[in-house]
Write a protein that binds this ligand. Structure first.
Ligand code: NAP
Length: 309
C-alpha cells in the first residue's frame, strides 16, 4: 500500500517535516540517507538555533528532533533513493534496499559541502580545525589566524564574516581571478584583516600533538611550497546538492538545486515537495531548513486533503 507521505532525509528539514506530518496523523515513513542527521552531525556546537541560550550539540539537536518525530508516530528506515518515477498518481521511488510507493513525497536530501580531498582534511574535520561553515564555527576562533579556501561568493562571504572573530583571515585561492562578484572581491581586498594568498593550491592540512590544526601547506604558482599558520581552515569551495536521482523529473537550476514553484515549496510534480539545503543555496541554515520542512509538511497535508481521497 502506498505511504501517505514519504520523507527523504533526516537533517533539520526532513525531521521537522516528519514532526509536522506525524503530528497531523499522516504516519510518515522517513528515509535516512547516506548521512543520517545531515550536516549538523558534522559540526560540534550549534549556537544560533533559537531556544538554546548556551548552544546545543548538533548531534543532540538532531536526535531530539528524531525522538520528537517518533513520539508522534513517524517511522524511520535506512535507504538511499536511486531512481524515481513520478509519472503516475502514486509516486514510485527505487532505493538500494526497497521500492517505495507514496501519495506525497517530501525531498529533504540536503547538500554536501564540496571537499578538497587533501590529506588532513577529513582527519581534522569537525571540532579540530577544519570546517565548512563559518556561521556555525567562526565564533570558536577568536583572536587567532584562520584560513578560508575558495574564490567564489561563498569564500568571500565566509572570509568577511570571520573578520569579526579572527585576528587575521588568509583567503587562499588556487587562481588569481575570482569567481565571486566584483563587489565581494572589492570588499575582501579592502578589508584590513584579510590577506590574500592567490595562485595557491592547498596540498595538506597539518596539526599538532593536541590533535588540532596549526598549518596548511600550499603550492604557489612557481611550484614553491609555502606553509601558512592557522587555527582553522574554512573550506568554501561550493556545495553539491543531493538532487541527482530526482532529475530530470524535477526542475533544478544550473547548480543542481531544486527549483520550487513561486512562493511555495511545491515542485512541478503535484504532491512532491522540496525542503532544506537541496532547494536553498542562499540561506543554508539549520533554522531555515527546519522552516522549509515545516512548510513542506503543511503543504503536503493540504495537498493530500484536497487531491487524494
Ligand atoms: P563557486 O562559485 O562554485 O566557487 C567555488 C570556488 O571554489 C571557486 O573559486 C573554485 O575555484 C574553488 N574550488 C573549487 N574546487 C576547488 C578545489 N578542489 N580546491 C580549491 N579550490 C576549489 O561556489 P560558491 O562560492 O559556493 O557559490 C555557489 C553559488 O552561490 C554561486 O552562484 C554564488 O554566486 C552563489 N552565492 C552567492 C552569494 C551572495 O550573493 N551573497 C553568497 C554565496 C554564494 P576556481 O575559481 O578556480 O574554479
Amino acid at each position: 500500500m502506498a505511504e501517505n507521505v514519504l520523507i527523504l532525509g533526516t537533517g533539520c528539514a526532513g525531521l521537522t517535516a516528519a514532526i509536522y506530518a506525524a503530528r497531523a496523523g499522516l504516519n510518515p515513513l522517513v528515509l535516512e540517507g547516506g548521512q543520517p542527521g545531515g550536516q549538523l552531525t558534522t559540526t560540534s556546537e550549534v549556537e544560533n538555533f533559537p531556544g538554546f541560550v548556551h548552544g546545543v550539540d548538533g548531534n543532540e539537536l538532531i536526535s531530539n528532533m528524531k525522538a520528537q518525530a517518533e513520539r508522534f508516530g513517524a517511522r524511520f528506515a535506512w535507504d538511499r533513493i536511486e531512481k524515481v518515477d513520478f509519472s503516475g498518481a502514486t509516486k514510485k521511488l527505487v532505493g538500494g534496499e526497497a521500492t517505495y510507493e507514496a501519495k506525497a513525497v517530501i525531498i529533504a536530501t540536503g547538500a554536501s559541502p564540496r571537499l578538497m580531498g587533501i590529506p588532513g582534511e577529513k582527519e581534522y574535520y569537525g571540532g579540530n580545525g577544519v570546517t565548512t561553515c563559518a556561521t556555525c564555527d567562526g565564533a570558536f576562533y577568536r583572536n587567532v589566524p584562520v584560513v578560508v579556501v575558495g574564490g567564489g561568493d561563498s569564500a568571500c562571504e565566509e572570509a568577511l564574516f570571520l573578520t569579526r572573530f579572527a585576528s587575521k583571515v588568509i583567503l587562499i585561492h588556487r587562481r588569481d581571478k575570482f569567481r565571486a562578484s566584483e563587489i565581494m572581491v572589492q570588499r575582501v581586498k579592502s578589508h584590513e584583516k584579510i590577506e590574500l594568498a592567490l595562485n595557491c593550491t592547498p596540498l595538506e592540512i597539518l596539526g599538532g600533538a593536541d590533535g588540532k590544526v596549526h598549518t596548511i601547506k600550499v603550492k604557489e604558482a612557481d611550484g614553491k611550497i609555502r606553509e601558512i599558520a592557522c587555527k582553522c581552515v574554512f573550506i568554501a569551495i561550493g556545495h553539491v546538492p543531493n538532487s541527482q536521482p530526482f532529475t530530470p523529473a524535477l526542475k533544478v537550476d544550473e547548480n543542481g538545486y531544486f527549483v520550487a514553484e513561486a512562493n511555495t515549496v511545491g515542485t512541478q510534480v503535484p504532491g512532491v515537495f522540496v525542503a532544506g539545503d537541496c532547494a536553498d543555496h542562499v540561506y543554508r541554515q539549520a533554522i531555515t531548513a527546519a522552516g522549509m520542512g515545516c512548510r513542506a509538511a503543511i503543504e503536503a497535508e493540504r495537498w493530500l486533503a484536497e487531491h487524494v481521497s
